[in-house]
Design a protein around this ligand. Sequence first.
Ligand code: NAD
Length: 512
Amino acid sequence: MTQVAEPDIKRQRVATEVVPHWIGGRRVAGTSGRRGPVYNPATGELARHVDFASIEEVNEAVAAARAAFPGWRATSLSKRTDILFRIRNLVESHRHDIAAFLTAEHGKVPSDALGEVARGIENLEFACGVPNLLKGGFSEQVSGGIDVYQIRQPLGVVAGITPFNFPAMVPMWMFANAIACGNAFILKPSEKDPSASIYLAELLKEAGLPDGVFNVIQGDKVAVDRILEHPDVAALSFVGSTPIARYIYETGTRHGKRVQALGGAKNHMIVLPDADVDMAADAAVSAGYGSSGERCMAIATVVAVGAVADPLVEAIKARLPKVRVGPGSDPAAEMGPLVTKQHRDKVASYLDSAAEQGATVVADGREHPLYRDSEGFFLGASLIDDVTPEMDCYRDEIFGPVLTVTRVGSYEDALGLVNDNPYGNGTAIFTRDGGAARQYQFDVNVGMVGINVPIPVPVAYYSFGGWKGSLFGDLHMYGPEGIQFYTRAKVVTSRWPDPGSSRIDLGFPRTR
Ligand code: NAD
């Protein structure tokens, strides 16, 4: 297990009493008088506060971004690439510091935090290829002496609003491509774990990114609503829960913005009767309890088909006592606390409602000593069997270490369950039958599919996006669709006639 180093002394200053904004290349203390608490989830202590921006402070950040945009847009592709390489290298060499902030404020254990940073770095590496990614097309001689070509240009000031569960990776999903394409970016991180955003801002500045190209506004609904309404913000990327994603999409588009809003999830893992039970159980435990179930691609529900159900539930149950729950300071810990006490208690409440509604609680995480004895927001790995679609623990996105099992009789029943679900982020099928797996890939109404892979998060050169209530908008995030999102096409039709060859023609231009 990797030990996380103490944050770099030079940057210790970021872990201040009050996490500030970052506007125009410097830290800006809030003036709204409004602040939110930031906890250490492993101890339950109030660690610091974070400023909540006023409308005026959002305006200031947008003005800084707007002022920086023309110069950044005109910066050569090779210079932009050079800066992106430096950003990539700085993030890589400071990954332990970034991971330490994630552990301190989100609670994820070091191995998980370092994995988050690594997946973020993939996006920076993809964006380093921007000269190639922005290449347009050229058609010579579409008509006599006429050529047509397409270029992609940045949108201007774009914003990203991000969730608590990936305080470093999800911002990198967005800003890597956004700034590579020549936009100026405003990040509104989650108020629950905001420090990593300021640390990243310092690294971007150190890499040579001009002031104002990357800004951070801390805050809550006041800041988000101003971003949604601000006439100088051209586009918005959002990742968070489905009700807020829907609100962001509807409000942002009503204000004329381009919006991609990724929402919540309820990811099903289908296990067919022929599956390797040990492999499926290992996958269910890794994907169900990793990051304490606080991943949008976590497996929430195992769908056991036919006779595989009993051995599978037994195999998962047998693995749970070995999942080491503990704080990030414990090098052996595999599963940390939940983000807040309120969230932990809500997650735990599903164990009661499930029992009341007729399910079988196989493992109750409230029996873990850290739930009882620690002030931290811990809950042990929990397993609920015999879950049916009308139960609260099936219908809601629990977003915690509570895995449910639904038993069905056939592949068709399993497929129906997944396709009837209002979410469509990720899904997995476990089987040895290639034909069944291929049929599932064809049939299922979900955006990301794993075949014997429980968390099919696409690599950075594909794009990430769910279907149904898991994504509002047309384009997926990062990868090639991210480049498309952060640019708009301009098509040029050109002619360089010989002097004296022009004539008047009032007809509609024809190529033939
Ligand atoms: P959230 O929706 O509560 O918050 C997300 C962001 O929206 C935060 O920055 C928050 O400050 C802001 N926000 C919250 N309420 C708001 C309101 N009323 N008006 C305007 N802005 C508001 O989500 P969360 O709890 O931070 O994150 C967990 C959720 O995110 C889960 O539902 C999870 O599935 C989802 N998620 C989805 C993906 C994906 O790629 N689809 C990835 C990560 C997380």
